[in-house]
Design a protein around this ligand. Structure first.
Ligand code: FMN
Length: 262
């Protein structure tokens, strides 16, 4: 086992084996919402800088730098802007966002709050693959718990920041994982990719500035804010820092989810 432990870096998966790992209570016992506290003590632009400094790259496939994506949104114009979480995971052999939302959904909820605060969004959407009904229920409950504890809704933790989160169950089409097809689907249309430009940063959901990020990207944010960019860059490689969830499946001795440095 020691051989395994030297290569693993459990953060998002650190307490999946604890009883009721999915509850807010367990999350708080394991240091949950410490990142949010630190985030609210900072200016949104400083949070974007920390994420840039951390070198976090999108975990949805393309590996685009997350802080840079957030920085592409135009200056606030008084109208709405949105965070959309891509939870449509359906790449064959990929099974990490769904277990994460099943085992410890509060990482994502806290990440949604910090990201929304950083980009100035008051309404976030989580677009989930519809056939994972058990994950849908668990996410709905996680969001409900966060509202009840004052982490979502109006005047969050007395900061004056408001945020609503909508969990949307898609119909389950692989193409709806592509971010612009996802946006069309979320708007109620048939999910087909849009022509770019315009990019979602300028005209995304309802033609408003939008950040689309993968579940794991967003869920990684609270611990980066809590522990610092240097902690994150201490793992992984120079061009691809941090840790990630890896799915081992097929003809291997120990299939499963492993969290390890990149
Ligand atoms: C056909 C297709 C399917 C995709 N499916 C997913 C998906 O299921 N989940 C996901 O996060 N990104 C998926 N992507 C990538 C998204 O378009 C987008 O790059 C990603 O959600 C951005 O998030 P990130 O920057 O945090 O990685 C897909 C892309 C294509 C072209």
């Amino acid at each position: 086992m020691t051989e395994y432990n030297t290569v693993l870096a459990p953060v998002l998966s650190a307490f999946w084996d604890q009883p009721n790992s999915w509850t807010l209570e367990t999350y708080l016992k394991n240091g949950g919402y410490e990142g949010l506290k630190k985030a609210f003590a900072q200016k949104p632009e400083d949070l974007i800088q920390t994420i840039k400094d951390s070198g976090l790259r999108g975990r949805g496939g393309a590996g685009f730098p997350t802080g840079m994506k957030w920085g592409f949104l135009p200056p606030a114009d008084g109208g709405p802007r949105y965070l959309v979480v891509n939870a449509d995971e359906s790449e064959p052999g990929t099974c990490k966002d769904i277990p994460l939302m099943m085992a410890a959904p509060q990482f994502l909820v806290e990440g949604v709050i910090i990201t929304s605060y950083a980009i100035g969004s008051n309404h976030a959407f989580i677009y989930l693959r519809g056939e994972v009904v058990h994950v849908y229920r668990r996410l709905l409950r996680a969001v409900e718990e966060a509202y009840a504890a004052g982490y979502l809704g109006k005047n969050i933790q007395g900061t004056g920041f408001d945020l609503d989160v909508t969990v949307h169950a898609g119909a389950g089409a692989y193409i709806c994982g592509e971010e612009t097809a996802l946006l069309d689907s979320l708007e109620g249309r048939r999910g087909q990719p849009r022509l770019k430009p315009p990019f979602p940063a300028t005209a995304g959901l309802y033609a408003r500035p939008t950040v689309v990020n993968n579940v794991e990207s967003v869920a990684s944010v609270p611990q980066i804010i809590n522990r610092g960019a240097d902690w994150f860059t201490s793992m992984g490689t120079e061009r691809s820092s941090g840790n990630g969830l890896f799915s081992l499946s097929g003809h291997v001795t120990r299939p499963g989810q492993y969290e390890a440095p990149l």
